[in-house]
Structure formats: C-alpha cells, structure tokens
Design a protein around this ligand. Sequence first.
Ligand SMILES: Nc1nc2c(ncn2[C@@H]2O[C@H](COP(=O)(O)OP(=O)(O)OP(=O)(O)O)[C@@H](O)[C@H]2O)c(=O)[nH]1
Ligand SMILES: [Mg+2]
Length: 610
Amino acid sequence: MNIRNIAIIAHVDHGKTTLVDALLKQSENFKVRADAANELIMDSNELERERGITIFSKNAAVKYKDFKINIVDTPGHADFGGEVERIMSMVDGILLLVDAKEGPMPQTKFLLRKAIQAGHKAIVVINKIDKPEARPDWALNQTFDLFVELGASDEQANFPVIYASGAQGKAGAEADLAKMKNVEPLFEKIVEFIPAPKIDASKPLQMLTVNLAYDNYKGKIAIGRLYSGVLKKNMAVAHIDRSGKIKKTQITSVMLFSGLSRVDTGEAIAGDIVAIAGIPDISIGETIADPENPIALPTIKIDEPTIKMTFGVNTSPFSGKDGQYTTSRNLRERLEKELETDVALLVDFSSGTDHWTVSGRGELHLAILIEKMRREGYELEVSKPQVIYKARSTGSGQEIKTEPIELVSVEVPEKFAGIVIEMFGKRMGEMKDMRVDRGTTFLDFAVPTRGLIGIRNSFLTATKGLGIMNSIFLGYEEYKGDLAVNPHGSLIATESGTSNSYGLINAQSRGQLFIAPGVEVYEGMVVGENAKDLDLGVNICKAKELTNFRTKNFGVQEVLEVPREMGLEDALDYIGNDELVEATPKNIRIRKMILKETDRAKIKRQNKEE
Ligand SMILES: Nc1nc2c(ncn2[C@@H]2O[C@H](COP(=O)(O)OP(=O)(O)OP(=O)(O)O)[C@@H](O)[C@H]2O)c(=O)[nH]1
Ligand SMILES: [Mg+2]
C-alpha cells in the first residue's frame, strides 16, 4: 500500500503550516503559482492570512517517489482543539512539531495526549532550529519527558526525531542547518516510519466522516477515511447517522486530494482519505456503508460549547447603511448555513424572533463567525460573551452548578510576574506552576473561563505588550463563587452627528477615546472608556463656535491623542452586560443596549426601587 496518512500537530505558531507548505512546494508534480512564493498556500482563507493563524484544518496530498502522502494541517489555537482530536481518526500517524526555542507548550500536551490515546506513532520534528535562541537538545528532552508523562507506550516513546527549519524548507537527522539541503529527510522518515493504512479486504464498505465542507456546485462535502471497500461515483450507499439510523442514498461524486485541491476521480479505494458529495444531511462522526451490509464505525465525540452570546438584527440608528443583508431572515439563513458545516456551533432559534443565543467553543470561534459574516455583507449586533453553566448531579440526588475552567499559560518578563499573579488571583486563578528561565517567568493558572473574558487588554497593558498568554480548556468544575467583575465606565455620545476635534479634546480629558474626528456617531454610541468606572455622556460633535463658556483648558493648545482602535475582538472584550457590539461590513461600533440616556436612567431607578 503506497499511501501514508498523517496529521501535523503542534502548539499555536510552532510552524505547522509553514512546514506543510515546504513539503508541498518540494513535492513532485506540484506547481506553485508564481505569485504565491512568499505566502502560506495552506492558510488559504482570507481571515487566516490576515491573522497569521490556521482556523480550519485542511487536507493536502503530495507525491513522494511512489508514495502518496495525505497530510492534514491542523489549527493550533485551543478553540479548535476538538477538531484536531477528530482528525486523529483519519490518520495513521502524526508529525509532532515542537519549537526549538519554546519547547512543548500546553496545546502540544493536549494534542499529544489525544494522539497517544489514538495509538498513533509520532515523528517528532524539532522545528525553527534557525532561531538564534534555539535549543534543540533541551526541546527534545522536554518532549521526551512529555511522552513519558502522558503514558506513551515504549514503542510510542521511542520516536524518531527530525530537526527542521520549515521557513527555510530544510530538514535533517542532526540539528545542523549547514548539513541540510531540503525536506527530503522528512519525506523519507514519513514513508519509512508511519505505517501504511491497515485494510481488511473482507470487510464491506465503511467510510467515517471527519470533516465537512461546502461546494457551490456539489453541495455538502463529507471528508474522511475510507476504512474498507471501494467508493464509486453514483453508487448506492447507506448513510448511518449519529443515532444509528440507516438511510439508503446515493453519492454523486468521489474525490481524492492532490496537492491542495480535491480532484474528481470517480473512484476511491480503502486506505485513502476521500471526499464525497451527494448526501446533504451528513454530519461528522457518521458512516457511509454498504447498503446490503451496513455497519457503523464508532462515532466521534463532539465537544460541547462553553461560551454563548446573542446574535441579532442590527437595531442601531445606522442599520442598513453598510450592509447588504440585514433582516432577521437573512441572519437566520446564514446561521443555518454555518450549522451545516460547523458542528461545534449551536444556535437556539427558539430563543427569539430576531435575536438568538449562539454558542461555541470560545471567544475566537464566535468572533471568527462574526468576522466572516460582516465580510459577506451582513450586519448584526452581538452581546457580551458569557460562559455556559451546567448542572451536574452529585449522585445523592442533588445538583451542583458547574462552570468551564481553563488552564492559562503565561510568559512574561520577570518584573511583571507580580502584577500578573495579582491579576489572575483576582479572577480566582489558582497557580499551578511557576518557573523562571533566562529572565522570563512562566506561570500556569487554572482559571474560570468567566474570569478570562475581557482580560486580554488589561493583560497587555499590565505587561506593556510583552506578555504572552495561551489557554486551553480543562473541563467543567464546581462553580467557584461570585467574581468581582472588572467594572468599566464608558464615554457615551449624547448626540448624533459627526465627531470633531474640539468635542473630542474636551472628552479625552475624561478617559481614552475610541474614535477620531470625522466619524458619524449616534446617541448612545460608546466612543471611549471613562477613567472612572461610571458611564459618562460626552458631546463630541460640539463645535467650538457653538459654545460660549470657557473650558478649563481654554487657551491651551491641546493635542488630540491617537484613539484606541477597537477591532471586533477588542470590542467583544470590552463591552459590559448592558452594551452591544454592532458589526457591519465597514464598521465595528460599541453601543449601549438602551440608547437614550433618559431611558437608561429610568431603568436604573426602577432597578434601585426593586
Ligand atoms: N524562525 C523561524 N520561523 C518560522 C519557521 N516556521 C514558521 N515560522 C514562523 O512562525 C510563525 C507561525 O508559523 P505558522 O506556519 O503559521 O505556524 P502554525 O503552527 O501553522 O500556526 P497555527 O496554525 O496558527 O497554529 C510565522 O510567523 C512563521 O513565519 C521556522 O522554521 N523558523
Ligand atoms: Mg497553521
């Protein structure tokens, strides 16, 4: 069998996509577009390119000598860890990438555990050895310790090692760049070490769906491993869903991977990774089987969401100015379409007529959906992300409230360690580990997810932009009690109009502004953060000649400071429970849920009376 199926896994940014790109570019029969020489061809999505991260796992296939190597590039960000876990059932081995400077990181551990549990053999690639601070021997030792800690079998812990610089397209058995020419040593190792797919020729047709895609012509595409049998175009098959129900149906197209593309082949044989079309209601973890002898493969677990927010029709006074799709029907249809291919997403359409609860695996997961929608021409408003609590029975008939907990790993210059410890302490973070290495402090905390919402900006400010923070989901634990939420006060526009320098200069003495002069604003729109934790109305449209009183800065030439740019995620991090983010194709605005100051005051009074 001349097929090898591998997944490449690593902590975020350790260089997976760059290495897969190098493998593609150096494989036979692969032509790179001339203009693609300097960009990552695997991170093909627009959002991926902008952010420099992989969001969707992707299949590629390369030819090396007589072998076809199917490679699955996976996302390293923790929100998509569940997806990587599913990919394990598609492959026979993994490339575990470890940054030669950083060594194994939390997501390395999380994913390696899944790979070990799946029984896979791993090739360890100590990557980025070109970095001046690279310490390949140390990184390798740490990786070996991790295998042992995770209970790898002797066979698994006896892994081969390849050193590489994916960026330079080089790999070798020794950590010496000068001796490396290309990535061929890695190809050799894959072919030699990763087992060929095991196939039982006596078994009937069985394919497990691991990934979904959508094609404008073919409709829904199911991607997965063909464990046994043969698939042919227009063939009658059985579709066994997650509940075990069997339906007879027909596939309209059979595709295999070649380079970066899916190619219609009309036929596929067992052992390969295939894509099929023709079954609109297929989902992840479901089996395509022989209609005469339908046997389901074990289904795959799908992680439940931990974060929710409401998505709704844009109700701002500027609604419809930027977007093409603004009605509740538009939004609903778009969300329904997303649900077709994203199994980690949940939408509760019974939660309203034009505002619905949308749940996902993390803030990034949901932020990316919002970002995709606004780029496609949608307008929407969303609320502050909140964690999803769950009830767990204690066994003695009682139920306790549980909440999601994350493991946060922090890396900061030593002098900021104190402030970071204090910061997580306030958020009920429990310190799990602390190490100091060459002037950098590494800290691990178990923190309620609730305490992490909105932390990003304060963390960057507290560490002067030098801190790095990563988190992975640990699980649900008993509710830790009320958290003193970090209150903030907003500077709120009291009038609709266009912001001008004079008005903004007056407002900036109160706090930090989010907008520059010449921006259209409406009453109730948040235009800055008050230095005090109270909301404050400001008139930033006020022109100088209209005033006849003296400000305290009268006569002093004041300079307008550069506003704090609020991108989508900054805005989601910032907003409080009584605020919304308005996302349109051209603008991200923050607003009070209730726009009129008099209405907000009324509600406040009512709340007090109750
Ligand atoms: N010095 C050095 N930098 C590298 C190397 N490979 C990748 N990088 C850089 O590391 C960063 C991350 O690279 P990616 O290939 O996107 O990493 P990834 O593991 O795919 O990241 P995610 O998909 O987001 O998890 C980029 O800035 C790359 O330019 C390498 O061999 N040496
Ligand atoms: Mg990547």
